[in-house]
Design a protein around this ligand. Structure first.
Ligand code: C5P
Length: 444
């Protein structure tokens, strides 16, 4: 690939239902300017046909070594590749690769490639955990193949567990260290620096700040008031924004998720810490998204030693009373700061005020006084943000779940209704709405 900013990528696709996700990975690669040759297996073509791959890659597609034999494709493709990425890698494909079997175009390519090879397994949990698959993965890793761990979550049908193909943006992020970047001298520096992804895309050159997770409000050194937010939606927003070319700061509260690649991660615990981090990061941002679940209240008093039970025989049920105070509304504060900055009255503000586009979230259940959208409309007005993302929550809806439905409301009364999908699907929908709004704000 030399000093060029585009690479020859072979996208191998195994015969699993997750093949459809490889279509989005293909788009991310081609939109970043890389030449991608798709090499599906025969089984993959039963899930997604050659016309789809050809239309998306702009290149002919075959699984066979018997097509265009004059060009010796079974050798040339691997020799010319700067990166081979296989997604999904099925149990069968891992077994064939580990054993050096070369019975189709993809497995011959894997034997001839001398560039980095990245494989993203996807299969049912039992197949992934089977000692045969684990031994094949160990063999491939020992040979230098980069075999990703599958994600955990919903599999085909009702099952769930490890075996899911990571989201396209996560796969793309895993490819980045092996690809040249358009705005950075080496691909490696492009991912080692936060927010330095530097790929062209609808958010290229934009600085975005996303909050994620749920705040914890400490009572004493061992106890806190918290909530059930998993942080998955905020992390998906950060990953998708990075894949779309943005420079991303993720302000994250109390999640159990791996740090996204190419994103600046700022960890916080409480609402007050999140307010400070969001205020600082928003000063130079083009877009701010408040996806975090911020506690509305915190204990009025923090006790710096563990609160003990009393052992009074006359009052065995004695329990402390905890007084709460209101937390600041971070979203409303950011909107107010923006107005002050625009008016030049915010102390310490820079000469050229940033006026970020501000997006809020509304997790609503709907009740006797209105449905989810009614409540969301009222919240949009109350908070004064530019877009409000509404979703329906309940004890088994959204929080910690992988499937969500979001509707995006704007102050002009418009509503973009979404369909049920993954939190990465929702993130794509949200960034598309943001990119459209940014396009309408030439000052930015
Ligand atoms: O008022 P409510 O909590 O329903 O509003 C939700 C939106 O407001 C979310 O975007 C959330 O991140 C934000 N929020 C905030 N600070 C709070 C409470 C909520 O920024 N204290």
């Amino acid at each position: 690939m030399g000093g060029s900013t585009s690479a020859n990528v072979v996208l191998g696709v195994g015969g699993g239902i997750a093949a459809y996700k490889a279509c989005l990975l293909l788009r991310l690669l081609t939109e970043a300017g890389h030449q991608v040759t798709v090499v599906p297996t025969a089984a993959a073509l039963r899930f997604v046909g050659a016309p789809t791959w050809e239309a998306l890659s702009g290149r002919p597609v075959s699984d066979s070594v018997w097509q265009d034999v004059y060009d010796v494709p079974h050798v040339r493709l691997g020799q010319r590749a700067d990166l081979v990425v296989v997604a999904p890698a099925t149990a069968d494909l891992l077994a064939r690769a580990a054993n050096g079997i070369a019975d189709d175009l993809l497995t011959t390519t894997l034997l001839t490639a001398r560039c980095p090879v990245l494989m993203a397994p996807a299969m049912h949990t039992e197949m992934w955990l089977h000692p045969a698959t684990q031994a094949n993965v160990a063999t491939l890793r020992a040979r230098g193949v980069l075999v990703l761990d599958p994600a955990e979550g919903r599999l085909t049908g009702a099952d769930s567990g490890p075996g899911r193909l990571p989201e396209p943006e996560q796969l793309y992020a895993a490819c980045l260290p092996h690809l040249p970047s358009s705005s950075h001298p080496t691909a490696a520096s492009a991912v080692s620096e936060p927010g330095a992804v530097g790929v062209p895309g609808p958010l290229a050159g934009r600085r975005v700040v996303v909050s994620a997770g749920g705040t914890r409000e400490a009572l004493d050194p061992v106890r806190f008031l918290g909530n059930r937010s998993s942080g998955k939606q905020g992390y998906a927003l950060a990953e998708v924004a990075a894949a779309l070319g943005a420079e991303v700061t993720l302000v994250s509260a109390n999640v159990y998720l791996p740090a996204p690649t190419g994103v600046e991660l700022v960890k916080v615990e409480s609402a007050l810490q999140m307010l400070a981090a969001m205020t600082a990061a928003s000063e130079s941002a083009d877009v701010v998204v408040m996806a975090a679940a911020v506690a509305d209240f915190r204990p009025a008093r923090y006790v710096d030693t563990k609160i003990k039970k009393t052992h009074d025989p006359d009052d065995p049920d004695a329990a402390p009373t905890i007084t709460l105070v209101r937390n600041p509304d971070i979203l409303a504060t950011l909107v107010a700061d923006r107005a002050k900055r625009a008016a030049g009255t915010l102390s310490g503000s820079s000469m050229t005020p940033a006026t970020p586009l501000i997006v809020g979230f509304a997790a609503e259940t709907g009740d006797a006084s209105g449905d989810v959208l009614d409540h969301a409309r009222a919240k949009l007005t109350r908070k004064g943000c530019d877009l409000l993302v509404a979703n329906q929550v309940g004890s088994d809806l959204v929080f910690g779940q992988d499937v969500t439905t979001v509707h995006i409301l704007a102050p002009d009364g418009s509503v973009q209704r979404g369909a049920p999908g993954s939190k990465h699907d929702a993130a794509r929908q949200i960034w598309a709405a943001v990119a459209q709004r940014l396009g309408e704000r030439p000052g930015l």
